[in-house]
Design a protein around this ligand. Sequence first.
Ligand code: GLY
Length: 280
Amino acid sequence: MRILIHGGFFSESSQSNETKLEKQQALIQILEKAKDYLTEHTALQTSIYAVSLLEDCPLFNAGIGSQIQSDGEIRMSAAIMDGATQKFSGVINIEDVKNPIHVAEKLMEEDDRVLGGSGACRYAKLSGFEAYSTQTEDRKKEYLSKKQSTGTGTVGCVVLDQEGKLAAATSTGGKGFEIPGRVSDSATIAGNFANQHCAVSCTGVGEDIVSNGLATKIVTRVTDGMTLEQAFKKSFSELKPYDGFAGAIAVSKNGDLYFLESHPKIVYASYNGAENTVFT
Ligand code: GLY
């Protein structure tokens, strides 16, 4: 069993050591809950569970605590991918739900598995998701002072379960101050991808991640025989020509865990089958 979760990037310039410690503690608590959960659930179920806990934590930019867009509204995106079945589902720019990842989960049952904007909102409402404002005082204050993103980040999780199955889940409140309608990478295969060989979740600037096709590219390279390290290093080197800002986490079918960031510092916590590691 392996789990790796990330909470996006930590901004050294605009976040305090206290926030860093809070994030570390939150990641470890969520990792511990996810480890317990994984003993009785699949990789896919556990990745959804871990991301829902990250969405519930206002320290991270997903679900509660999501960034506010240029028009004062919050629009969130989330996706899951089951490595075993290669099924992907997601929501793009959904509003007024507490856990976008659970709407993505519900969409796994549908033929139409990726919904955007008003369609995603209508689907959530018709499926019984209660209206919920994910706006927090901190995000509102940032928005009112027109401060740029403070480095609160997209969240994600990759899991290898006891049966050797892999899954990835990712959720985001976006960049903050974006033009309404902008599409994040998180509910695309550039930001979240898995198959029977490898599962990847990304954070960073969506435009850079989409330009690189990062998650799907890493998974394809591992499928074709590269190690995680080789696949990450080659794919991240391809961000360099445009100074792409990205981080990614991965687990392979062999149980190898890996993460890389183009700029410091992605915050993550992992369980390698024997011990926990937390990094912020
Ligand atoms: N990675 C999140 C975003 O750019 O929307």
